[in-house]
Design a protein around this ligand. Structure first.
Ligand code: ADP
Length: 338
């Protein structure tokens, strides 16, 4: 096994000319030392003579002997270089095979993890559908009269199962995104009914938390090229975050403005804000500014990663500006139709 730390210079592959001559008995060691001494002295005076030439000048070897030794050395050097090349090639092949193997294992593990997330999410969905179905039956009174106390308990159960459903949807979307399979169907759409229904659905929860939620839309808003469900999901997630990270009493504004041939969608809040050095990390999967076990805010840290991927699938990017203690603004643009 060669030492990987010694560089492959000609000197490490074949011995120097002086040593070769000594090894072959064509020069004595004291003569070699004498010649090296003379060479060093000459060098000290600014003159440099090749060792072979010096040996001839000092009559220690004749030209024919020196030529033979140099020829042999060149042949040895060539053989040694060829050998080194073969070794090097073998090492490269070995390392490439190791790397390919490691990559294969990683891909397999990643696949397993993604499948696991997708399977677990599917498995969780079925019992949750039953729970939600029976909650609806209770709420509608179909299973008999319910007391005021029970109604209150049911509404807590309803909210919890909604949250669970939300988490499961995020996990499913994440596993789709990991496989590069976000199901996007771009079409010409009017965003107004989409955002109106989102705002209607979110206002009560926002008000409960002391947040004023308002919607500002440019008059005669053009249609956009987008997947309505996915863009709805993105806006809902941005609204949910802005309410979650609000400083009470706060304000959240969802704005849809025409910007040349684009439509600019923004969600602005008067919340806790994001430290400047965390502005990029918040888009990493599972990242949360406060990721401690005692953190105040719930969530998986997956949402913004999915938002980024969905916008990427639309050929757009999500942009954030924020000031700690003041608030944040998340925005993106979509191409308008016509
Ligand atoms: P989650 O909200 O589930 O933690 P996200 O991926 O949506 O995950 O967000 C990642 C992190 O970015 C959040 O945990 C929070 O620290 C930060 N963040 C996102 N939106 C806001 C916001 N509007 N105001 C302040 N911080 C935010």
């Amino acid at each position: 096994m060669e030492n990987p730390h010694i560089p492959l210079t000609p000197e490490t592959l074949v011995s120097r000319i002086g040593d070769t001559l000594v090894e072959k008995g064509l020069l004595s060691e004291p003569d070699l030392e004498h010649a090296l001494h003379v060479q060093a002295e000459q060098r000290a005076h600014g003159k440099f003579t090749l060792l072979g030439q010096l040996l001839m000048d000092l009559n220690l070897v004749d030209r024919a002997t020196l030529d033979d030794a140099i020829t042999e050395q060149i042949i040895n050097l060539r053989a040694a270089l060829q050998n080194a090349n073969v070794q090097l090639e073998k090492r490269v092949q070995q390392r490439t095979a190791e790397l390919e193997n490691a990559l294969h294992q990683l891909t397999e593990m990643n696949q397993l993890r993604t499948n696991f997330v997708a399977n677990v999410s599917h498995e969780l969905r079925t019992p949750l559908t039953h729970i939600k179905g029976y909650l609806d039956l209770f709420n509608s009174g179909d299973l008999g009269p319910i007391t005021a106390e029970q109604t209150q308990a049911l509404s807590i159960m309803q909210r919890s199962s909604d949250r669970l459903e939300h988490l499961i949807e995020d996990l499913l979307m994440f596993s789709f995104a990991e496989k590069g399979q976000i199901p996007i169907r771009i079409q010409s759409i009017n965003l107004i009914p989409v955002v109106t229904s989102l705002v209607n659905r979110t206002t009560a929860r926002a008000n409960e938390l002391g947040v004023t939620l308002s919607l500002e839309i440019d008059p005669d808003l053009p249609q956009v090229q987008a997947d309505p469900e996915m863009i709805g999901w993105v806006i809902q997630h941005l609204l949910d975050n802005s309410i979650k990270f609000i400083i009470q009493p706060g304000r959240v504004i969802l704005q849809l403005l025409r910007d040349g041939t684009f439509l600019r969608v923004s969600v602005t809040d008067t919340g806790i804000g994001i430290p400047p050095n965390k502005l990029e990390s918040i888009f990493n999967p599972f990242y949360q500014v406060d990721g401690s076990p005692t953190r105040k805010y719930g969530g998986t840290g997956l949402g913004l990663n999915l938002v980024e991927k969905i916008m990427d699938a639309h050929g757009s990017i999500i942009h954030v500006t924020s000031e700690e203690g003041k608030g944040s603004c998340f925005e993106f643009i979509l191409p308008t139709v016509g």
